[in-house]
Design a protein around this ligand. Structure first.
Ligand code: 5GP
Ligand code: MN
Length: 359
């Protein structure tokens, strides 16, 4: 806690919210106070989750640009692991806020975390939560552990950027095109460009507010979702060519899966982030409810992406295997061979069924 946050009448320390309930008024008040009561020279560190996606980076940088507008001068944004921003996000406004994890303030007065359901998603930066400063958590995972001093966790929010936009509004920061572009990338990432179930009227209303700043959705979407190197196109062809369909898995709802190794990446001279888009080409398989891409990160270790169309709660599978996520999109770190990782998933599927078996 900072001195500011522990002063009477300022930040209220909040416990983890019950699943499905959004932040309370007290939570919002505490978060606003944690920002407003910062001393002028306070150091603020923004952290998003490892292997950042569009929501992690977009909500963090959009909020960071908002803090800059509020006059916060000593401001850094960072994420654990190698300080490499995936190519699709290299045009985001606010990238100048980014510093490598190794250069992040060791003891900031305020830490704000984005899109991370637990401390483990902050990797080596998790120690910043235990310093002298206050930690405010912005997230939308139902599995969020409430690891902040103030937790703005809304499982009904389509993206963390929904929470970020509301906090900026409560801080009286007007949207400008830079902030809006970041929040728009985040919102489109987590709603699958307004295709997923999470696409509520409120999501479209937020998109309207963002677009009203003059940002160009066609340019942004092409850059973020529809551009990849030719080598990645060829790599996708190879990896999709080895996909396996198991119609009997998941109580007869079906499983489709494939994998990509570091050798695959090297052969096509590609960086790991290009594999993030693969799951979208796999999950369109009509014959399977559950889809999975197993991506090698190092020898014997794999980043696993899981998706479901509604018959299975894949977050249950991921949590059972040490990861987390949402009902229909989740992930975990797998260990061993590809076959061992997929065996582990297959074993968890029956316990994660939301619909009767299809046998
Ligand atoms: P993706 O497959 O796009 O990497 O992740 C899908 C969802 O699962 C995201 O909401 C992400 O936060 C979550 N997720 C992915 N990998 C992990 C993991 O290793 N641990 C946890 N806790 N969540 C993960
Ligand atoms: Mn998210």
């Amino acid at each position: 806690m900072t001195d500011a946050a522990s002063q009477p009448g300022s930040a209220v320390v909040t416990a983890a919210p019950p699943a499905d309930a959004g932040p309370t008024e007290a939570d919002w008040t505490a978060a606003v106070a944690a920002v407003r009561q910062l001393p002028a020279d306070a150091r603020v560190l923004l952290i998003c989750h490892v292997n950042p996606d569009g929501d992690a980076l977009g909500s963090m940088l959009g909020f960071g640009l908002g803090l800059r507008r509020l006059g916060v001068r000593r401001l850094q944004a960072t994420f654990p692991g190698p300080p490499e921003v995936p190519e699709p996000f290299r045009g985001l406004p606010g990238l100048d806020l980014l510093v490598p994890a190794t250069e992040a303030y060791p003891d900031p007065e305020l830490v704000v975390c984005f899109d991370a359901a637990s401390e483990s998603r902050l990797g080596e930066l998790a120690d910043r939560l235990t310093g002298a400063g206050a930690a405010v958590v912005l997230d939308h995972h139902a599995s969020n552990t409430g690891f902040g001093d103030v937790n703005l966790v809304d499982p009904r929010a389509a993206a963390t950027s929904v929470v970020a936009e509301e906090l900026l509004a409560r801080l009286d920061v007007p949207l400008d095109a830079g902030i809006a572009e970041c929040l728009y990338v985040a919102l489109t990432t987590d709603t699958g460009s307004f295709r997923f179930e999470a696409t509520t009227p409120a999501v479209h209303q937020m998109a309207a507010r963002l677009l009203a700043t003059g940002i160009r959705p066609g340019d942004i979407s092409r850059r973020v979702f529809d551009t990849r190197p030719f080598g990645a196109v060829r790599l996708f062809g190879e990896v999709l060519g080895r996909a396996r369909l198991e119609p009997a898995a998941a109580g007869g709802h079906g499983l489709v899966w494939t994998y990509a190794t570091q050798d695959d990446l090297a052969r096509h001279d590609q960086r790991p982030y290009v594999l993030e888009a693969l799951i979208d080409s796999v999950r369109c398989t009509a014959e399977a409810d559950v889809s999975c891409v197993v991506k090698q990160t190092t020898t014997g270790e794999w980043a696993v992406s899981l998706r479901s169309k509604g018959a299975v709660d894949v977050s249950r599978v991921a949590v059972a295997l040490g990861g987390g996520g949402h009902r229909f999109a989740a992930g975990f770190t797998g260990r061993g061979t590809v076959d061992e990782v997929v065996d582990g998933i297959r074993a968890e599927l029956p316990g994660a069924l939301l619909k009767p078996t299809n046998a």
